[in-house]
Design a protein around this ligand. Structure first.
Ligand code: ADP
Ligand code: ASP
Ligand code: MG
Length: 403
């Protein structure tokens, strides 16, 4: 008998009929003799709807109340799924974060799960009941409701699987696995049967939202085996696990992209030691994540231009800080929000020379200008104009034999 954590995403529980379909999957798993804990997301679109409502009251809606509001979406689907299972004569109950409890640490809307009590859950499982847990939330030491970041039901599933010492954690979603790129945007994308944690972590941090990146990170840290599969077909999914078991015949495994970056350039910055530190220290103190940095060579030995990228949501805050700090002097500041980050990811890159050149040549053949570059051992990312995003993804997908 295996202990399994099954997680169903927003589309999978998007209507009452779909919730009934999920109940039939759970029933089958139960009849196969498994012990089951099920994590659910809110109905697709519901979290966004709730955010919209809060914005109608204020665009600076109270953070504590926002978490109370947003956590309600998952409460609805957990009760509906438990009710649907009961209708199928299955012993099931929902347990909310405070009832378990699932403990979190950190700020509202961005907390992380640090622990969970297992007694109630294990007791119910031993009585052959199915436990349904709302994803995306927890409770802080001071008993406040918290949420753990968008897409956070994946992180709940992985944390619960880890703490309960489950045999597997299965992520049911609206595609039948992890693909070489988003299959809804690039139809020639290919399904990946197995992928390493490292590659999945890069893909998800670089925009492949099929798995939330912090969930992958936790799974990697504690070796929780993951499988991404479809709620709507019975096709085999994608297994995500430790890289020893994977074949690296391909140098590039996948192409990811995101449109949430912005590029900022400071023109005419003084060219002397300490200037870069003066620029980036206050940004780091303000929790602004700077991704890529380029400093031009100064032709007159006196001034230079510094370009860097930050998340689009952080642009106003970044400019505010740069304007306010008197020790940072520059002639002008320009920003470009209409950029996208395109990345190729593959553990096989480490042992294949020439990948960087091949990527740049392919983009230049498409007349796509590269605005910034960053690399790690298993990824290369470039910033380009946003309107060329899909052209770039298609071209790279083809050139690296992924179609
Ligand atoms: P859920 O609501 O089940 O959590 P998400 O919408 O968060 O589902 O993630 C699934 C979506 O991720 C897919 O519908 C797909 O459009 C998108 N996606 C982006 N990149 C990839 C990829 N490389 N492989 C599979 N799906 C991807
Ligand atoms: N409902 C939350 C969101 O939309 C969490 C999740 O679906 O994973 O971000
Ligand atoms: Mg998701």
């Amino acid at each position: 008998m295996a202990k399994k954590v099954l997680k169903f995403g927003g589309t999978s529980v998007g209507t009452v009929e779909r919730i009934q379909h999920v109940a039939s999957i759970v029933k089958k798993e139960l009849l196969d003799g498994n012990n089951l804990v099920v994590i659910v997301s809110a109905m697709a679109g519901q979290t966004n709807e709730l955010i919209k409502l809060s914005n109608e009251i204020s665009d600076k809606f109270n953070k504590r109340e926002l978490d109370v509001l947003l956590s309600s979406g998952e409460q609805v689907t957990s009760a509906l799924l438990a009710g649907a299972l009961i209708e199928l004569n299955i012993k099931a109950k929902s347990l909310l974060s405070w009832q378990i409890p699932i403990l979190t640490e950190g700020q509202h809307s961005n907390a992380r799960i640090i622990n969970m009590s297992v007694e109630k859950i294990n007791k119910y499982l031993s009585e052959e009941g199915v436990v349904i847990i709302p994803g995306f939330q927890g409770i802080s030491k001071s008993a406040e409701v918290t949420t753990i970041g968008r897409g956070g039901s994946d992180a709940t599933a992985v944390a619960v699987a880890k703490i309960l010492n489950a045999d597997t954690c299965e992520i049911y979603t609206d595609v039948d696995g992890v693909y070489s790129t988003d299959p809804n945007k690039i139809p020639v994308a290919k399904k990946i049967d197995k992928i390493s944690y490292d590659e999945m972590l890069e893909l998800s941090s670089l925009g492949a939202k099929v798995m939330q990146s912090s969930a992958v990170q936790t799974a990697m840290m504690y070796d929780v085996p993951l499988e991404v599969k479809s709620t709507f077909t019975e096709r085999k999914g994608t297994k995500i696990f430790n890289q020893e078991n994977i074949d690296y015949s391909k140098s590039v495994t996948g192409v990811a992209y995101s449109k949430d970056d912005a590029k900022i350039t400071l023109i005419g910055v003084e060219d002397r030691p300490g200037v870069a530190a003066n620029i980036f220290e206050p940004l780091s103190k303000a929790q602004i994540n700077v991704d890529m940095v380029i400093q031009n060579i100064s032709s007159d030995q006196k001034t230079t231009d510094v370009t860097f990228t930050v998340k689009r949501d952080d642009v106003a805050k970044t400019k505010g800080i740069l304007k306010e700090k008197s020790e940072i002097t520059y002639k002008d500041i320009i920003q470009n929000d209409k950029v996208a980050k395109i990345s190729i990811v593959g553990a096989g890159m480490v042992s294949t020379p020439g990948i960087t050149y091949k990527m740049f040549r392919a983009l230049s053949d498409e007349r796509i200008n590269i605005l910034a570059i960053s690399t790690s051992e298993i990824k290369i990312s470039v910033i380009i104009d946003e309107d060329k995003t899909l052209d770039a993804v298609k071209k790279l997908h083809t050139i690296f034999d992924l179609d």
